[in-house]
Write a protein that binds this ligand. Structure first.
Ligand SMILES: [Fe+2]
Ligand SMILES: [Fe+2]
Length: 410
């Protein structure tokens, strides 16, 4: 076991690492992983404060994870609990103090809270020791709750969370609360940009972009695993990819309302203007200030290319919209990018975007039945979509369905 000084030094480095993460979901996942590693906890959850409630937002559980086939993820649903002294997390959020409970089944007689065993019963898990602490921002406002479950010794026996761990983990919780608040702010800004696009194009809604972003990352992870891409690499990329995927249609802001909201069928000319949303979006990120700009550039530009080469805008210069020399077709247009000529970020978002469009209600159509959507995706593997990525999509189908529920239109 590492001593406390080493742990403290570790925490400072880990704090630096999480402060670089820009996406909320990626940040919460990493925060929970680090907090569990620091305390040797088998499981844990994070709740986020939303108005006067705590939203159960993320969870990890090694014991349950080991019961799943390799590569499969834990599926859990999102729920909210009131902030009051009746639940353990609620009590921590209202009092703002750390709660170190040796055994949730032997709570002190005068405790105002009780342990909710529903999750344990459903999942056949046995919660015993629990460390619950508030995530406080620099103004000491509570923005969430971190809950660690079943500390273990080296032989995996469940033990009580140690007193020394309390102060270390509190220190880490403060660092992650700062990072979380920044990530929430970034996401809110992006959603505000989407809101502006939504005013123009009613199909680009916040739930749609949240789903597309989350699907994209799931397909990416499953695809990268098969390709043997390292976990570190995936971890690093999925942060920026998630944010970039949210902005896939941001270029529609530059397309006229007359076309975006035309009640009639689009003419060929209209369609050509509409298709410009790809490179008009890419132009916003053409001066790469960060990895995020580069990723957003690739996503916006490539998300309508097709694996078989029949997509758009093809081999163009995004700054002029003109074909790149040597890539013109007979009619002077740009040849579509084909197969791996299309950046993989574009190939991933293409699947996520079409899957979501088909499975959602739109003004002009009802949501398709799931079977029908799956058939279409399978038939289009190798035509519209990268076949390996379609495989990765179906490998992740349980998580994908769960995302649809989490970010439903209602
Ligand atoms: Fe698009
Ligand atoms: Fe879209």
């Amino acid at each position: 076991m590492v001593n406390q000084d080493q742990k403290l030094a570790n925490i400072i480095n880990l704090g630096r690492e999480i402060s670089e993460i820009i996406d909320v979901d990626v940040l919460l996942d990493r925060t929970l992983q680090i907090a569990r590693d620091l305390t040797n906890a088998d499981a844990g959850s994070i709740y986020i404060k939303e108005n006067d409630k705590l939203k159960f937002y993320h969870t990890q559980n090694d014991t349950l994870q080991k019961r799943l086939p390799p590569g499969k993820k834990l599926i859990y649903s999102i729920f909210s609990i009131p902030i009051n002294s009746r639940s353990i997390a609620g009590c921590c959020a209202s009092a703002g103090d750390i709660l170190n409970i040796p055994d949730v089944h032997k709570l002190p007689k005068d405790a105002s809270y009780s342990f909710d065993s529903k999750f344990d019963e459903l999942s056949h898990y046995h919660t015993r020791s629990m460390l619950t602490l508030p995530l406080k921002n620099q103004w000491k406002d509570i923005i969430g709750i971190l809950q660690l479950i079943n500390a273990q010794d080296d032989a995996k026996n469940i033990m009580v969370f140690s007193k020394e761990d309390e102060s270390l983990i509190m220190h880490f919780a403060n660092l992650s609360a700062g990072a979380l608040e920044r990530a929430q702010l970034t996401r809110a800004l992006i959603l505000r940009m989407i809101k502006m696009a939504e005013l123009r194009d009613p199909m680009e809604t916040a739930p749609h972009v949240n789903r597309v972003a989350a699907y994209t990352v799931e397909i990416y992870e499953a695809w990268a695993r098969k390709r043997g891409i390292s976990r570190d690499e995936v971890q690093k990329n999925k942060d920026i990819l998630r944010m970039a995927a949210m902005l896939h249609d941001v270029g529609k802001m530059a397309v006229s309302d007359l076309i975006l909201q035309k009640p009639a069928r689009l003419t060929d000319e209209d369609r050509e203007v509409m298709q410009q949303h790809t490179f008009l979006g890419a132009r916003l990120f053409a001066d790469p200030y960060s990895n995020f700009d580069e990723a957003a550039f690739k996503v916006t530009l490539n998300h309508h290319e097709r694996w078989d080469g029949n997509g758009y805008p093809g081999h163009i210069n995004p700054l002029t919209g003109e074909p790149i020399q040597g890539y013109e077709t007979k009619n002077g247009k740009a040849r579509g990018k084909k197969g791996e000529e299309i950046h993989h970020y574009g190939r991933l978002v293409a699947i996520a975007d079409v899957y979501d469009a088909l499975s959602s209600n739109r003004v002009y159509k009802e949501a398709w039945k799931e079977d029908q959507v799956f058939d279409t995706l399978m038939q289009d593997a190798g035509k519209q979509f990268d076949p390996e990525m379609i495989e990765a999509f179906f490998d992740s189908i349980d998580v994908i369905r769960n995302i649809a529920e989490r970010y439903s239109d209602k």
